[in-house]
Design a protein around this ligand. Structure first.
Ligand code: ATP
Ligand code: MN
Length: 467
C-alpha cells in the first residue's frame, strides 16, 4: 500500500480539499452495507466523530473486507469526497486498506447500550467507546484549563511529596508504604511495630493532601498550587469517593477567607466555561445520551453567584426543614458533620445554586484552620454543588504560633511530625488561605456522570485495583 502521511480524523473533518489522497488510521465502530458497497465508521480518538469510509467491493479485495468488523484496526488510503447527506461534511472513498489489527467476535464492546457496571469490568477497553472517549477528552481539557488558570494568575505549580511521614488530617485513613517483611515484623516489648529498619527508618504513608507542604511554599513563593494524586483508605463505598484521586490545592499568602471564597468561585467558573468553550462535541454527546439538563446546568453555574452562608445559619435552615416534615436519614443539630443529603438539600432545594458554607464547629474540622473569636468555630469554607455535595474544602489557616500549638497539643498530634510545619508560624508567619478541589468531583459535575468510578480511567476503590 502506498505510504501517505496520516491525517487525524479531527483535522480531516474540517478539510475541503476534495479529491485529495489521504490516509486515516483508527478502529472500526460499525460496519454496514450491501453486496456492492460497505460503509465503515472509523474513529481514532481525536474526536467523538467518526469518518465514513466507503468501500467499493469491486476495488478492494473481498477476503480483506470480510475481516473488517467492530474493533478492527485499519489503515485506509482513499480520496476525500464531499459527503451527500448524513452528519459529516466529508467521507473517504477507499483506494487501499491495510488491516493493522484484526478483532474477532469475542471483543467485549460489540454490543451497544452496555451498563456502566459492565464497562467498569472492561476498563482497559472502555476508552474506545463514545462515552468514555468523551469523558477522558474532557478530563484532559480540564487538567489543561486548571494549569492555565493558575499560570495566568501568577501562581506557581509546586510539587509536594507523594510519600509522607505526616498525616495532614490526623485521621487513620492512610495507606502505609513499607519494604518490611510483613511475615516477620520486628516488635518492641509492648507489641508495637519497630520501624527502625524500614526503608525510611520510620512509619511512612501515601499522602492524603499536599496542603501542609503547600503552605510552606506559599510563605515563600506567594501563590502556589499543587495538582497531584492523593490517597485515602476510606472504606466508604460511595459514588463520590475513590481510594486514589487527584486533587488541586491552591495556597495563597495574605489571602483571608473572603479572598479564598472569591478564588474558589472564579476558579470553578473558569473551568466550567473552558469546558463549554472547548469540549462542546463531547459535552453535547453526554447531554443527549445521559443527562438532558447537563448543558443547561453548566451554563447556569457560570452565570450564578454562589451563596455565602455560615454553618450555623445552614443548620437553622435544615432544622426548619425537619420541623416542616422533611425526612433526612441522618440527624441535624449544631455540631454535626453535614452529610451529603444535608448539603444537597441546601443547594438543590433551598437555594437552588452553589453554596459556600463557612465557619464550621472546630471539632469537625482540621487543626490548622484559623480559630474564630467565639472559641467555637473556625474559618473553614466548603463549596457545595448540585448533585455532588462537597466539591471544595478549604480554610483560612491559623497563622498564630501559640494558637496553632495549643490546638496541636489539644488534639494530641505528635510534635515530632509537626516541627517543620510550626516553623512557618515561628519565622515570619503570615495570614494565608487555601483549599482543595477534588478533580474527579469537578469532572462528575462537568460530564454529568453519577459515579466517580466513571470519570477516572482506572478507579481504585475497596476491593478493586484491577488493571
Ligand atoms: P468528604 O466529606 O466528601 O469525604 P472531605 O471533607 O474528606 O470530603 P477534604 O479532606 O476537604 O474532603 O478534601 C478536599 C476535596 O477533595 C473534597 O472537597 C473533595 O472534592 C475531594 N475528595 C475528598 N475525598 C475524596 C475521595 N475519597 N475521592 C475523591 N475526591 C475526594
Ligand atoms: Mn472524606
Amino acid at each position: 500500500m502506498e505510504t501517505i502521511k496520516r491525517t487525524k480524523i479531527s483535522d480531516l473533518l474540517g478539510l475541503t480539499t476534495y479529491g485529495a489522497e489521504v490516509n486515516v488510521k483508527g478502529w472500526v465502530r460499525t460496519r454496514r452495507g450491501s453486496k456492492q458497497v460497505a460503509f465503515v465508521a472509523l474513529n481514532d480518538g481525536s474526536t467523538i466523530k467518526n469518518v465514513q469510509i466507503v468501500i467499493d467491493l469491486e476495488k478492494i479485495d473481498e477476503e480483506l473486507v470480510k475481516k473488517i468488523s467492530t474493533g478492527t484496526c485499519l489503515s485506509v488510503n482513499g480520496t476525500l469526497v464531499e459527503s451527500i447527506g448524513g452528519g459529516q461534511s466529508v467521507e473517504i472513498q477507499a483506494t487501499a486498506i491495510e488491516i493493522l489489527g484484526e478483532c474477532d467476535n469475542t471483543y467485549p464492546l460489540q454490543k451497544k447500550g452496555q451498563t456502566m457496571e459492565f464497562m467498569r469490568s472492561v476498563a482497559h477497553l472502555r476508552p474506545r467507546t463514545n462515552t468514555f472517549g468523551a469523558i477522558f477528552r474532557i478530563r484532559h481539557n480540564m487538567a489543561y484549563a486548571i494549569h492555565k488558570f493558575f499560570h495566568d494568575k501568577g501562581f506557581y505549580y509546586f510539587h509536594t511529596p507523594i510519600i509522607t511521614a505526616s498525616d495532614c488530617e490526623g485521621a487513620g485513613q492512610m495507606f502505609q508504604v513499607t519494604t518490611m517483611n510483613l511475615y516477620d515484623l520486628k516488635k518492641d516489648e509492648n507489641g508495637s511495630i519497630v520501624y527502625d529498619d524500614d526503608f525510611f527508618g520510620k512509619q511512612a504513608s501515601l499522602t492524603v493532601s499536599g496542603q501542609l507542604e503547600g503552605e510552606l511554599a506559599a510563605t515563600a513563593l506567594g501563590a502556589i498550587y499543587t495538582f497531584g494524586p492523593t490517597f485515602r483508605a476510606e472504606n466508604s463505598n460511595t459514588p463520590r469517593h475513590l481510594a486514589e484521586f487527584w486533587m488541586i490545592e491552591p495556597e495563597v499568602a495574605f489571602n483571608d477567607i473572603y479572598d479564598n471564597m472569591e478564588l474558589a468561585e472564579e476558579f470553578i467558573k473558569y473551568c466550567v466555561s473552558w469546558a463549554l468553550d472547548n469540549c462542546m462535541d463531547d459535552i453535547k454527546f453526554l447531554n443527549d445520551m445521559f443527562d438532558k439538563e447537563l448543558i443547561e446546568r453548566l451554563r447556569s453555574i457560570v452565570n450564578t453567584e454562589f451563596v455565602r452562608l455560615k454553618y450555623t445559619e445552614g443548620i437553622e435552615i435544615l432544622e426548619k426543614a425537619v420541623a416542616d416534615g422533611h425526612k433526612f436519614e441522618f440527624p441535624v443539630y449544631w455540631g454535626v458533620d453535614l452529610a451529603s443529603e444535608h448539603e444537597r438539600y441546601l443547594v438543590e432545594h433551598h437555594f437552588k445554586r452553589p453554596v459556600i458554607l463557612t465557619d464550621y464547629p472546630k471539632e469537625i474540622k482540621a487543626f490548622y484552620m484559623k480559630q474564630n473569636e467565639d472559641g467555637k468555630t473556625v474559618r473553614a469554607m466548603d463549596v457545595l454543588f448540585p448533585k455532588i455535595g462537597e466539591i471544595i474544602g478549604g480554610s483560612e489557616r491559623e497563622a498564630d504560633y501559640n494558637k496553632l500549638l495549643s490546638r496541636i497539643e489539644e488534639l494530641g498530634i505528635p510534635m515530632k511530625d509537626m516541627w517543620w510545619y510550626l516553623d512557618t508560624r515561628r519565622y515570619g508567619s503570615c495570614p494565608h488561605s487555601g483549599f482543595g478541589l477534588g478533580f474527579e468531583r469537578l469532572l462528575l459535575f462537568v460530564t454529568g456522570m453519577s459515579n466517580i468510578r466513571d470519570v477516572i480511567p482506572f478507579p481504585r476503590t475497596p476491593n478493586n485495583a484491577e488493571f
